[in-house]
Design a protein around this ligand. Structure first.
Ligand code: HMG
Length: 431
């Protein structure tokens, strides 16, 4: 009897070890093959906004760490930005398009209660019909939820690719404390589980934390977010600690990453995140210089583009990833990167990836940022009104000129159908 119990328990442990091995091998294969970024063509320098709002510019520049804010002009929306990032990516991987079997958009800037952004992107890009498409929403956590879904999916479908896109436009009420933290943009990622080398692979289990809080939200009847600013900072930091501890428990180890990427609603938030995590990372070293050295070597190398764009909401973390890739010029050795994804409301995830040298030529992020055009405060305010006006029925601008390097333009809404123009062949499509 005892022998049988012993045999059963041994069999169970062997099965568990085997399963863990299979999962870890599969996890090891799944990863991000490549990524690209699309940003609005215009930005507002934050000194100008500070002057117009009667605020000391140092509050925005130093206090929040924001220098420029991406602003959408008429013709740009969540869909065009998402499609533009993916278009750039697929231009670099022309054979990938026919292998895309999953297209997921993480967004909290939806354009319809029923129609996802993903199906419009699918149409504009001409993706295969044998493709699952849907949006995922949980505030700024949406893209991480989409990425994790895609990583699991490609393991079941290793011959296919998943296209994951983070796309958002951050809008706060004019004159509110959140106004200088606005921004917009998209990051598109190809996710795979085949034998080609990954840019980023994920060999560890994630730490998770969810908790229902009213720190930031946007009711269906609002164009701008409602936020309890100071409370949102507390929720973010509490979630970071909880998700980090869950990571340590699940992986039975404390991570030793080379770099930290934190969700950056404004860059100084990443400083606060690192400082609050430091006592857990290194309980015995409380020296200020140690902390500051860690901040500049492990956090700042990824944050530079966020300073020039503002909050992309769900794409913010992945813009930092693009920033880190550009900072680490190849050839570099593989680096461990810790990610903290936070979506208000709230759901968050702490995960670790291995960033490999990427020899592929990609559009330099620096060049994308430098190609943008500065605007003044009256133009920013006019763009806000014009883009909002285009979101109402029967307001189409068919002759709207495309912005430079903009493959797709949003022209307004006719008969309740959104109108997009493919600037690569001037075709107008309804959605
Ligand atoms: P505020 O309350 O007006 O600003 O708005 P403040 O008074 O806290 O000042 C900000 C910082 O500037 C402070 O630094 C000041 O000391 C400093 P700190 O003490 O925090 O280190 N400062 C100055 N520095 C230099 N010279 C000066 C000066 N004056 C002040 N003259 C707040 C700040 C973040 C609340 C506001 O911008 C806001 O509501 N933002 C939106 C909410 C947000 O970003 N929350 C972050 C956590 S939640 C999150 O990340 C999720 C989110 O992305 C949404 C999603 O999930 O979808 C937002």
């Amino acid at each position: 009897m005892e022998n049988k119990a012993w045999r059963d328990s041994t069999r169970r442990s062997l099965r568990r070890v085997l399963k863990e091995k299979i999962v870890s091998q599969a996890n090891h294969l799944a990863g991000i093959l490549d990524l690209d970024v699309a940003l609005p063509h215009h930005y507002l320098p934050l000194q100008a906004l500070a002057r117009a709002r009667g605020v000391d510019p140092q509050k925005y520049l130093r206090g929040l760490g924001c220098h420029k804010m991406a602003v959408c002009a008429p013709g740009e929306d969540t869909v065009t930005l998402a499609a533009q990032a993916a278009y750039r990516l697929l231009q670099r991987h022309p054979l990938a398009r026919q292998r895309v079997g999953l297209c997921v958009v993480g967004t909290e800037s939806g354009i319809d209660h029923a129609k996802p952004v993903s199906i419009l992107v699918h149409g504009l890009l001409g993706l295969p019909h044998q493709c699952r498409t849907f949006d995922i929403k949980h505030a700024c956590y949406g893209a991480t939820a989409a990425l994790q879904t895609a990583l699991a999916w490609v393991q079941q479908h290793p011959k296919q690719l998943a296209l994951v896109i983070a796309s958002d436009i951050a809008r706060y009420p004019r004159l509110s404390p959140g106004e200088p933290t606005q921004g917009a943009g998209s990051v598109a990622m190809l996710v795979h589980a085949d034998s080609s080398p990954s840019l980023l692979s994920f060999p560890f289990s994630s730490g998770i934390h969810a908790s229902h809080v009213h720190d930031f939200w946007r009711p269906n009847y609002n164009h701008t977010a409602i936020v309890d600013g100071k409370f949102s900072l507390q929720c973010y930091l509490a979630a970071l600690k909880a998700a980090y501890l869950d990571f340590c428990e699940k992986n039975q180890q404390t991570p030793q990453p080379d770099f930290f990427l934190f969700h950056a609603p404004f860059p100084r938030m990443a400083h606060k995140a690192y400082r609050s995590l430091a006592p857990l990372l290194s309980p015995h070293n409380k020296h200020f210089s140690f902390l500051e050295e860690g901040l500049s070597s492990q956090v700042l190398p990824a944050l530079w583009p966020n300073r020039e764009v503002g909050n992309l909401y769900t794409g913010s973390l992945y813009l930092s990833l693009a920033g880190l890739r550009e900072h680490l010029q190849p050839p570099h050795t593989s680096q461990h990167v810790a990610f903290f994804s936070y979506g208000s409301g709230s759901c968050s995830e702490f995960f670790l990836g291995k960033l490999h040298p990427s020899p592929r030529s990609h559009t330099p992020l620096r060049a994308i940022l430098d190609a943008r055009v500065p605007i003044d405060v009256p133009t920013y305010e006019a763009f806000c009104e014009q883009t909002l006006a285009l979101e109402t029925n029967q307001t189409s601008l068919p002759s709207l000129a495309p912005l430079p390097s903009q493959p797709f333009s949003f022209l307004g809404i006719l008969n309740h159908k959104r109108q997009y123009r493919d600037n690569t062949n001037a075709a107008i499509r309804c959605a």
